[in-house]
Ligand binder design. Structure first.
Ligand code: N01
Length: 886
């Protein structure tokens, strides 16, 4: 008999037959395709491929990059214009401290050539003009939605998509959610008692009024002397009657030496822009800087002073700090540079007492972001500027007329806060992001933000963060880093699509290892020594964690590329919504054969009649492979002897698999599953105990679960004798395997090396999407069958939520053995399998998941008949083999 004859006869001669034959399957599957958009691989459920939060440098480029790759994308931006940080931070004096030739997109050589910057360090209005030029030039406006703040993003495991909600009450679904909210977006105003009583206007530099603020003739108080405060102060001092600078920590600043771009220089530079960009990509900071390549401590002191002075005169923070290799890792070398800078302050500030107060001593230079200014220190020589030391006499309160410190009161007409940001995590934490299992990102990040490669937080499938925690981000030329991240994310999305994967998510172990590396690198430097926003020290109560990657932009890029080249190493890619939506022809022959046999549906039969059909059908599978020995045993169970069969593929197998057959807790048997269990024994190389647990309705819940657990205890003790033990099962047997793993954990029972769950029943909820998709009569199992099985196994509906019946409902799934999950597409149980994988992943249980996109429920048992069954059994077996060998 040929293979296809076997399929054709399968089911035909059955006593009753499985009548599931309203030919609706293809229509149903097609409707899923019809709902689709422009996805290149038939993943068709969501409104968008990618929803992006934010339209600053990152969001703007994300729209361009994803769209150019053929994906549907929309960026949601809270501001009334694009630009992100460059939209909001429009305070006077706002200027970039990375040179314009570097702080610009490199993705388009044409853009590079046709845009001309006017200054070495561009001022905020020019950067904003540039970004609007980019949006115009590439026609990005239709895919950017302004005045719309993303308020929530929720992962839907059943649909494998995100629901993104916005403050206008709307929501959109997207297969991928990309955060481009930026590292410095959530601004912070210190909680000062009485601020609401202040009679004059007060501003935060990061929410500067679009029409500007006029300080002419006013007494102004400025709180904050970081990069922003140092930029805004001279601008205010130039017009105010008096400026009081309230300084908590004195800061280092190097000169900008800003200047207009010389057109001849520009032409010459642009001729070689491409190779310059390449150097930037491989560089440490994303800006090619010529350092000496030597440690300062190994250099004659006079030479060091000369080098520092040359770089001081040239201006710019990166070349200055990058002069020597040891400045950011050796305190003695750092002190040389710090003292050099303090000398420059002493030289500049006329009043020695003021100069003394301005000398930064609290942290190593560079360990807080190095400020840049040409006029900040000289400003203190103006008669209308007073420096107030709030380190020794802190701010205490605000009243209608001004600011009070511990030892004085300052009458003020206006207040300016340049008090910084809840950096790195603040803006994302303002969005209610919920990943697998409904877990909140803010909760996951309670001990500090984290993400694999700084781009993908574990537990948040299909979510990426541009320049997230764990990436070089704020320690680099942000624009270059943004481009690298967006392109990497785009490529990952495309890879997933091209390979039929619907979900991509970082493995917790990969995230852990990456963040450990980030920490290790950080603590080999002086950076963690400063109380900076880098470590969250500026936000009361924020955990002190250093989350930026200091290994360098070039090495980081190489690492990201290597991860991609290895098929996205460290990521779990799952086949979810199949590339091919049709049933595999071999499986279809089985379905056709069953349909042709006719007969009433299962749920109209008695259990005995249904068992007879299953027994007859399974005989069509034929014999499984030979094994070295097969013996029937009776396991001593608490409710009596439990029959079981032990298959030994070789005389001394390295491990033991305890296997629970499927059949809805009602119709299966050890005999009926003989072929596939033999195949698993051979594939895994392990002894397999196939357990003949008590069936319902004669023995209702928890009889089967009790037998399953007793069998494990026996197998782990009597049989395994120290060898690793795995639990496994398909369908209802998958349920018993999952429950047995839970019970073993709860009761301190045998340690399990793995749980192999094949399209398992994990929950009593029959309203998941896949139940409604597969409620017709054309497949082996449908929603009504499942309702029937449940009614026999756990007759009392209220009891079905017991975690030992519905393991998905276990209050805690942490500490369970690693999961190897097999699911198939055409199966009412599909989505609860995915949900279980998602929950375990969220609890940091290692999960490996194989989804068979064209297969049907029950396929794993149809060895001999289906190529996919042989493949699935052999893949699962190989995993067991690897696990038991350690
Ligand atoms: O914020 P910051 P920023 N009472 O956190 C003080 C980028 N940037 O907006 O140091 C009193 O650095 C705080 O004091 P202390 C750049 O990456 C770039 O200036 O915590 N004072 C500090 O002086 C930069 O690093 C550019 O003791 C309080 C200041 O407020 C990042 O943005 C320009 C206080 C905050 O300094 C953030 O810079 C601007 C309180 N309760 C910004 N809370 C360029 O490209 C805070 N402070 C040039």
């Amino acid at each position: 008999m040929t293979g296809s004859e076997t399929f054709a006869t399968f089911g035909i001669g059955l006593a009753y037959g499985w009548a599931r034959h309203q030919r609706t399957a293809r229509g149903l599957l097609k409707s899923r395709i019809d709902r689709g958009f422009s996805l290149p691989y038939g993943q068709v459920m969501a409104d968008l491929d990618v929803a992006v939060a934010g339209a600053g440098f990152a969001g703007i480029y994300a729209v361009h990059a994803f769209r150019s790759a053929g994906l549907t994308v929309r960026a949601f931006e809270a501001g009334s214009g694009i630009g992100g940080t460059w939209f909001w931070n429009r305070y006077p004096g706002a200027r970039c401290d990375v040179e314009s030739k570097d702080y610009s997109y490199s993705f388009s050589p044409e853009l590079e050539q046709d845009w001309s910057w006017s200054e070495r360090y561009p001022a905020q209005p020019e950067v904003l003009r540039y970004l609007n030029h980019v949006a115009n030039r590439f026609g990005l406006w239709p895919d950017i939605q302004l005045n719309t703040r993303v308020t929530a993003a929720t992962w839907d495991a059943d649909r494998a998509e995100w629901t993104v909600r916005t403050d206008d009450g709307a929501s959109v679904t997207a297969r991928f959610f990309v955060s481009a909210v930026g590292c410095l977006s959530a601004y912070q105003v210190p909680s000062l008692p009485g601020l609401e009583t202040f009679a004059g206007p007060w501003y935060h530099t990061s929410r500067w009024p679009a029409g500007g603020a006029d300080f002419t003739g006013l007494r102004v108080g400025l709180i904050g002397t970081g990069s922003t405060g140092i930029q805004v102060a001279p601008e205010i001092a130039a017009v105010a009657e008096h400026l009081y600078v309230f300084q908590r920590t004195a800061n280092f600043a190097v000169p900008n030496r800003n200047r207009a771009i010389d057109p001849a220089w520009e032409t010459a530079f642009k001729a070689d822009y491409r190779s310059y960009r390449q150097q930037a990509q491989g560089s440490f900071l994303g800006v090619p800087i010529a350092g000496t390549g030597r440690p300062a401590l190994a250099e004659p002191p006079a030479d060091v002073q000369r080098t520092l002075m040359d770089r001081w005169q040239a201006g710019g923070g990166m070349p200055f700090l990058g002069a020597y290799t040891d400045v950011l890792v050796d305190r003695d070398a750092n002190d040389i540079v710090a003292e050099f800078m303090r000398d420059r302050i002493r030289e500049t500030v006329a009043d020695p007492a003021v100069a003394e107060l301005l000398l930064p001593r609290a942290y190593p230079v560079g360990a807080k972001r190095l400020c840049q200014s040409d006029d900040y220190f000289a400003m203190f020589n103006r008669p209308n500027v007073t420096l107030v030391d709030i380190r020794s006499a802190p701010l205490t309160s605000v009243s209608a007329r001004g600011l009070r410190t511990a030892d004085a009161f300052y009458e003020l007409d206006a207040l300016v806060f340049a008090t910084g940001f809840d950096a790195i995590s603040g803006a994302l934490n303002q969005i209610d992001v919920r990943g697998a299992g409904g877990v909140a990102l803010a909760e996951t990040w309670a001990a500090g933000p984290r993400a694999y490669l700084g781009v993908a937080p574990a537990g948040f499938p299909n979510m990426f963060i541009v320049t997230g925690p764990g990436s070089p981000s704020v320690f680099s030329n942000m624009v270059l880093s943004i481009e690298q991240h967006v392109e990497w994310i785009r490529d990952c999305v495309l890879y997933a699509g091209a390979h039929g994967y619907a979900t991509v998510q970082a493995k917790p172990s990969a995230e852990d290892a990456w963040m450990a590396h980030v920490t290790e690198v950080a603590y080999s430097t002086l950076f963690p020594l400063a109380d900076s926003w880098y470590v969250g020290a500026n936000i009361p109560g924020k955990p002190r964690v250093f989350t930026s990657y200091l290994g360098g932009v070039g090495p980081y890029r190489a690492r990201c590329d290597a991860v991609a080249a290895a098929g996205y190493e460290g990521f779990a890619l799952d086949r979810r919504l199949a590339m091919s939506s049709s049933v595999h022809p071999q499986a279809q022959l089985i379905l056709d054969g069953i349909a042709a046999a006719g007969g009433p549906p299962f749920w109209e039969l008695t259990p005995e009649q249904a068992r007879a059909i299953v027994t007859a059908n399974n005989e069509q599978i034929g014999p499984g492979p030979d094994v070295a020995s097969v013996r029937d045993v009776v396991i001593p169970g608490q409710a009596g002897g439990i029959p079981a069969r032990v298959y030994s593929p070789v005389p001394s197998a390295p491990g033991v698999v305890v296997y629970y057959h499927g059949g809805g807790w009602v119709v299966g048997s050890v005999d009926g599953w003989d072929a596939s269990v033999r195949a698993l024994a051979v594939a895994s190389g392990c002894d397999v105990v196939s357990v003949d647990y008590r069936l319902a309705p004669e023995h209702a819940f928890p009889a089967a679960a009790d037998d399953a657990y007793d069998a494990l205890v026996w197998a782990a003790g009597e049989l395994a004798d120290g060898r690793p033990v795995v639990v496994a099962g398909d369908s209802a047997g998958g349920n018993l395997a999952a429950v047995t793993a839970l019970r073993a954990r709860d009761l301190g029972g045998p340690t399990l090396a793995l749980q192999l769950l094949v399209y398992p029943v994990t929950d009593c909820d029959l309203d998941r999407k896949s139940y409604h998709e597969y409620n017709g009569r054309e497949f082996l199992v449908n929603r009504q069958d499942m309702a029937w099985y449940w009614s026999l196994y756990v007759p009392e509906p209220a009891v079905r939520v017991n975690p030992y019946a519905s393991p998905l409902r276990a209050p805690d799934v942490s500490g369970l053995p690693p999961l190897y999950l097999v699911t198939d597409e055409h199966d009412p149980l599909r989505d609860e399998g995915f949900a279980y994988a998602d929950r375990l992943r969220a609890a940091r249980v290692p999960v490996e998941h194989r989804h068979y996109g064209s297969q049907i429920h029950g396929f794993f048992s149809f060895v001999n008949l289906l190529d996919d069954a042989d493949k699935a059994v052999s893949e699962a077996g190989a995993t067991i083999r690897a696990v038991v060998k350690g």
